[in-house]
Design a protein around this ligand. Structure first.
Ligand SMILES: [Zn+2]
Length: 500
């Protein structure tokens, strides 16, 4: 049927619908159409990504383009062509098509959309706020940001009157839950305004599967970057190198938080393993994320070559010289500024993993009484928890920020597992003691994007970046409470939350 453009022949869809075979199985030529080839191919797909053409909507614009893209890679073998289902690009395309088929929203920017936002206040970068402007998104990326009306609108038009657009939140250290709580947690994060999460730890293979559940559209959620834990216990430098290489091969390019001993100081054995991890990580592109919660441990990690520290020191005051070591090594410390500050009189309802009532009690993040419940609490000579963590992190954040003239040393992360909006408010309260809103925008935006290695992709609303945009009903240029008012979450150009 030569009058159809490639991939636009509806007969292809009909035959797959009648035979209940994957659409991609008909895209690679006649030899992939006949049994058992399509069944074999389908059997090797992850269950979540299986696509049956009966559920595909041919008339959907994106469906058509994805179908065209889903022409399978083929490789000669024994004189016959075989569908190469293992090709990751192939999988991505099939998953995209499956996602369209199931009518699910997709987290990855792959299912890119066109979109225009008009009449909004726009926090383009920390230093550029447009009071009334428009954003044009094409193919999932921001193509223009301007004052006033856009030259022309594309795709869905969202009237942002009375709202503020800014880059979606990036949590550069949070522990994603692998349980029945996963989907509710992902939804809650999206609703709060998070569009990218760096998973804090756990098994690489499991974390990869969690990320895939989102990128396949099985679960609606933010972009989740997988990580893999490495423990110092019984691990030699060579074993650690092997783990890093295995991770990279699997496609997990971040370590989970590697906890170095905070007090009195990390032992030399830990430092040797850490150096090996950093060195091997450099070779294979794995980012090393470290938990070092005393100033001594932070400096030891920085001197071992670590540039990503997931928590502020909460054991002591960071000196000017210690802050300088982090700054001069190109390090970034990612928040958890409110680790030691109590949560008071805020309800944490389900589906948050940790729930507690609104009852005017000061609580640690596990819902238990503050300061006694503080993990690894600082204690006085009589053994009483002092709660001094709440002060150390706040002052240390400012000291570390000031050690770098460009202020790239502080990022945002939460680590915590009570209600996402309560977590957000709690972290922001501590930030607001020592930072302006302009600086909070830099911490949450470009600095956090840099922390997770995506500074060229996310973190601001500049043209060329991924269209990860949130629309807030409050005004975040005034105070932190404006950041708690997310109404619309856009991920890679696609509206995934709309509570207008
Ligand atoms: Zn953590």
């Amino acid at each position: 049927m030569p009058h159809y453009l490639p991939g636009r022949n509806p007969a292809l869809v009909d035959v797959t619908r009648m035979s209940d075979i994957p659409i991609a199985s008909v895209m690679g030529g006649a030899e992939t159409m006949y049994f058992p080839a399509p069944r074999e191919a389908a059997g090797r797909l992850p269950a979540a990504g299986r696509l049956h053409a009966g559920r595909l909507r041919w008339d959907e614009h994106d469906g058509v383009s994805e179908l065209r893209a889903s022409r399978p890679a083929t490789a000669p073998s024994n004189g016959t062509r075989r569908v190469n289902w293992r090709s990751s690009e192939m999988k991505r395309h099939v998953l995209m098509a499956a996602c369209v088929a199931a009518g699910l929203a997709m987290a990855a920017p792959a299912q890119a959309q066109d979109l225009t936002i008009t009449n909004a206040r726009i926090v383009v970068t920390p230093d550029q706020v447009i009071e009334n402007g428009s954003i044009v998104v094409q193919g999932g990326r921001i193509t223009s940001v301007s004052a006033g009306a856009p030259a022309q609108t594309v795709g869905q038009v969202i009237n942002g009157a009375g709202m503020t657009a800014m880059a979606g939140f990036i949590d550069s250290h949070k522990h994603i839950r692998d349980s029945e709580d996963f989907a509710p947690q992902m939804r809650s994060l999206l609703e709060a305004g998070y569009t990218t999460i760096l998973n804090g730890g756990g098994q690489g293979a499991q974390n990869l599967e969690l990320s895939r559940r989102i990128s396949s559209g099985t679960v609606l959620g933010p972009r989740v970057i997988p990580s893999n834990s490495i423990n110092f216990r019984n691990t030699t430098p060579d074993q650690a190198r092997a783990i890093v290489r295995e991770m990279a091969q699997m496609g997990v390019m971040h370590t989970g938080e590697i906890a170095v001993t905070p007090e009195p100081a990390p032992p030399q054995s830990e430092i040797e393993v850490l150096k090996a991890i950093v060195d091997e990580g450099k070779k294979v592109g794995v980012q090393v994320n470290v938990h070092a919660v005393s100033s001594t441990a932070m400096v030891a990690a920085a001197e071992a070559g670590v540039t990503r520290l997931v928590h502020l020191p909460n054991k002591d005051w960071t000196s000017f010289d210690q802050a300088s070591v982090v700054a001069q090594s190109g390090g970034i410390v990612s928040g958890l500024i409110a680790f030691g500050a109590p949560i008071i009189d805020r309800l944490s309802p389900a589906p948050a993993p940790v729930q507690f009532p609104k009852d005017n009690m000061p609580r640690f993040r596990d819902g238990k009484a503050w300061p006694e419940a503080l993990a690894g609490a600082n204690r006085d000579a009589k053994g009483r928890a002092t709660g001094t963590e709440g002060g150390y992190t706040i002052v240390n954040a400012r000291r570390i920020w000031d050690a770098d003239p460009a202020h790239t040393t502080m990022a945002f992360s939460t680590d915590q597992n009570y209600d996402d909006l309560v977590v957000l408010e709690h972290e922001l309260k501590s930030f607001s003691i020592v930072f302006s809103m302009r600086d909070i925008f830099q911490i949450m935006g470009p600095n956090s994007a840099k922390f997770v290695g995506l500074e060229n992709e996310i973190g601001t609303l500049q043209p060329g970046k991924q269209a990860d945009i949130i629309l807030l009903s409050g005004n975040p240029t005034e105070n932190i409470y404006g950041l708690l008012t997310n109404k619309v979450t856009i991920l890679g150009g696609k509206v995934v939350v709309d509570k207008r």
